[in-house]
Design a protein around this ligand. Structure first.
Ligand code: ADE
Ligand code: ZN
Length: 335
């Protein structure tokens, strides 16, 4: 059980979010509002019926519904409204900085222009008091050729995103499938990240690092199955953007009490807490912190460490990062 001081600290502490899919912030109410605005037919009769379908057995069972939900996004204003709603929730959770994934292929495959996607999301970031940057994510169930075409289409807008990620169906789509396109993105100077070790084996974490040269691992919770890999991640302080509510909802762990966050921290890893797809998994940043701390033997010192990690692992200039770290330390010093 968590005491009131810890709960208040988790809510109020300054934090960064490093693993949020903007399409996964689309709440059922907004899905229905956009469907009506755009004349898009949905397979569910009501908000309640849609929400009731959020009972996932694995990553793929979630992705099927997540891609269906994103089908209501057509106009620049739709992307703006979705992003603005997420940023308001982030601000309420005392998120100071967020690095937002977007999946352009989910939209361009439906005929939505790349510019519509990027301009809408980017404009909402500009209008928010929360510091926000964008990471373009390739869908790994599609081909590397498709990823190259997506990169090409996005390059006219390259000043609007800072990094490249890799998401969607992990097992059977290892990082090395995208070796050439990530090499190109590296030459172009983008920050690189990849989902690995969520459902996939520790070997995918290794190839994400050694073949794709990513700077952070998204999820990465299966690293603990490989002691040598765990030691390396600790030694190199590779950040893991862990998403506890997601992990439970997608049955990576049966219950939050079984989540390995304590073991990750005890192993000296640079773990962070993030929301992944908050509209689908039961909550935004503070809900993730509270559920994790409620279920596991974690206290104020862990909260401070996780808040520090979130800024330390962010793609921010060193002086900006230091200011946020000082803000975290000042917050915990006055408790
Ligand atoms: N796309 C959105 N959320 C995802 C997740 N948790 N894993 C892989 N791809 C995703
Ligand atoms: Zn994710």
């Amino acid at each position: 059980m968590m005491n009131d001081q810890l709960r208040a600290a988790l809510r109020q502490m300054p934090k960064a979010e490093l693993h949020i899919h903007i399409e996964g912030s689309l709440e059922p109410e907004l899905i229905f509002a956009l469907a009506e605005r755009n004349g898009v037919a949905l397979a569910y009769p009501s908000v309640e019926a849609l929400r009731a379908a959020y009972a996932f057995t694995d990553l793929q069972s979630f992705l099927d519904i997540y891609y269906a939900g994103a089908s209501v996004l057509l106009k620049e204003q739709d992307f703006y409204d979705m992003t603005a709603a997420y940023l308001r929730r982030a601000e309420a959770d005392n998120v100071r900085h967020t690095e937002i994934f977007f999946d352009p292929q989910t939209h361009t495959a439906r005929g939505v222009p790349m510019q519509t996607v990027i301009d809408g999301i980017y404009r909402a970031c500009q209008d928010s008091p929360v510091s926000a940057t964008l990471i373009l994510s390739f869908l790994r169930h599609l081909s590397e050729e498709d990823a190259f075409a997506t990169l090409e289409a996005a390059l006219p807008f390259r000043d609007k995103f800072i990094g490249i990620g890799l998401d969607s169906s992990e097992v059977g789509n290892p990082p090395e499938k995208f070796a050439r396109v990530f090499a190109r993105c590296r030459e172009l100077g983008f920050h690189l990240v990849a989902h690995a070790g969520e459902e996939g084996p520790p070997a995918y974490i290794e190839t994400a690092l050694d073949v794709l040269h990513v700077e952070r691992i998204d999820h990465g919770v299966r690293c603990l199955e490989d002691a040598a890999l765990t030691a390396r991640l600790a030694r190199e302080q590779v950040a893991l953007t862990v998403c506890p509510l997601s992990n439970v909802k997608l049955c990576v762990f049966d219950r939050m009490e079984q989540h390995n966050m304590v073991q990750l921290l005890d192993a000296g890893l640079m773990a962070t807490i993030n929301s992944d797809d908050p509209a689908y998994f039961g909550g935004y940043m503070n809900a993730n912190f509270e559920a994790t701390f409620e279920a596991l033997p974690l206290g104020l010192s862990h909260a401070q460490r996780l808040a520090r990690n979130s800024f330390a692992a962010a793609f921010l200039p060193a002086d900006v990062k230091q200011r946020y770290l000082d803000e975290v330390d000042a917050f915990f010093a006055q408790l």
